[in-house]
Design a protein around this ligand. Structure first.
Ligand SMILES: [Zn+2]
Ligand SMILES: [Zn+2]
Length: 88
């Protein structure tokens, strides 16, 4: 039913996770760079699993958990919808 998520080395310590691990055994970092849009009472949430380098969810534009936790910085720190006016 669910397809196997791709495994990447830990973004913080580069340890390679095992298949069923949700957090890095060495440093506690989440193995998957999920969308930070959590399901709530009135919302389904997104929780899309993004590539480890994604600062924003590719499905909905919300910050990913890696960015929320300061593990990666956004390319455009001023918002998820960068203005290309004045782009250098
Ligand atoms: Zn780690
Ligand atoms: Zn999302």
């Amino acid at each position: 039913m669910s397809k196997k998520p791709e495994l990447y080395p830990c973004i913080r310590c580069l340890r390679m996770p095992q298949e069923n691990e949700r957090f890095c055994a060495d440093c506690g970092t989440p193995v998957q760079n999920r969308c930070s849009d959590e399901p709530g009472i009135l919302r389904r949430g997104c929780r899309f699993v993004n590539p480890p380098t994604a600062a924003y969810c590719v499905k909905c534009g919300e910050p990913t958990v890696y960015q929320r936790n300061g593990l990666i910085g956004p390319l455009h720190p001023n918002g998820s919808k960068p203005s290309f006016l004045g782009f250098q």
